[in-house]
Ligand binder design. Structure first.
Ligand code: G4P
Length: 282
């Protein structure tokens, strides 16, 4: 799902988030493991400041695992609980319940002292569009979960998904607005496909991705497209076009088509597991 964000959307999203925050104990925030900082909106730190916090490095299957671990360490050092997950295939899901209990230990302890036993933790999933919120909720909830709330005859309220006796999840995820203002951030969001291609210059974006890959993952383009990498990104792009027979009018190289193919291959993990940004301290 893609969104065009305007100030009005952001105000509405923020208001919804503030309302929902009152109902929950735990914020489950999804980030894209390939760009863990650029795919988050730090405003969530203010909105969720009195809540237990869990960060999921989602799409961990598409990111470099060495960096997944470094990012997990980074977020833990900032006080978050962290789990690496692949919501699409279910990887990492088994440990989630244990980590939720751990993240909410203070709340559970507080309840216990007040004599409240077995009150389930209430959680909400949040993240920018396309980060995998729905996929994650479906994967975690499976088919066996019961929905509560919105019973016939009862005033329309929030729907909760009862995951087990300990956890209930708000069934609609909170949508955070991505931070386009920073050009670098916008570029990385575009690389992973979170910003519509038609508002971008495909060829320029492809060239920027080539620059990143040449600098950080030398050899990747060479082995993927059987080409010799050149430090001039447009030469490399032309070689990809040549190698993949991207042609216009039968003979001219179609570098725009090559750029599209390159971006698709990257987004679908066909170049291997690649991380696009690294934790600040490293
Ligand atoms: P959203 O609710 O946050 O907007 O995201 P959504 O669940 O719709 O997921 C967006 C895309 O990301 C989907 O791909 C989904 O399959 C994919 N995805 C979610 N989690 C993971 C993950 O952990 N690993 C990988 N590799 N992909 C993930 P799509 O292209 O829209 O659909 P499809 O490819 O599943 O057909």
């Amino acid at each position: 799902m893609h969104f065009q964000w305007y100030p009005g959307h952001m105000t509405k999203a923020k208001r919804m988030m503030q309302e929902n925050m009152k109902l929950i104990d735990l914020v489950i925030e999804l980030v894209d493991a390939r760009i863990p900082l650029s795919s988050r909106n730090p405003d969530i730190d203010e909105l969720g400041k009195h809540k237990a916090r869990l960060i999921l490095l989602n799409k961990a299957d598409l990111a470099d695992d060495k960096w997944n671990d470094a990012w997990a360490e980074y977020f833990r050092s900032k006080g978050f609980s962290v789990v690496k997950v692949n919501s699409k295939k279910g990887g990492g899901m088994k440990s989630i319940h244990g980590v939720i209990q751990e993240a909410c230990r203070e709340k559970i302890e507080r309840d216990r002292k007040r004599g409240i036993l077995n009150r389930p933790v209430r959680a909400m999933v949040v993240g920018i569009p396309n980060v995998g919120k729905s996929t994650f909720i479906n994967s975690l909830a499976g088919k066996s979960c019961t929905k509560t709330g919105n019973k016939p005859g009862v005033t329309k309220g929030k729907q909760w998904i009862r995951l087990n006796r300990q956890v209930e999840l708000l069934d609609t995820p909170g949508i955070l607005w991505p931070k386009f203002e920073d050009q670098q951030v916008g570029q990385k969001l575009a690389f992973i496909g979170s910003i519509k291609d038609d508002i971008l210059q495909t060829e320029e974006l492809g060239a920027q991705l080539i620059r990143f890959l040449l600098d950080n993952y030398p050899g990747v383009l060479e082995s993927k497209y059987t080409i010799e990498e050149d430090n001039d990104v447009y030469v490399t792009l032309s070689r990809i076009a040549e190698s993949r027979h991207c042609l216009v009018r039968g003979s001219e190289l179609d570098t725009e088509k090559a750029a599209l193919l390159l971006l698709d291959d990257f987004r679908n993990g066909k170049m291997g597991r690649l991380t696009l940004e690294y934790p600040p301290e490293v």
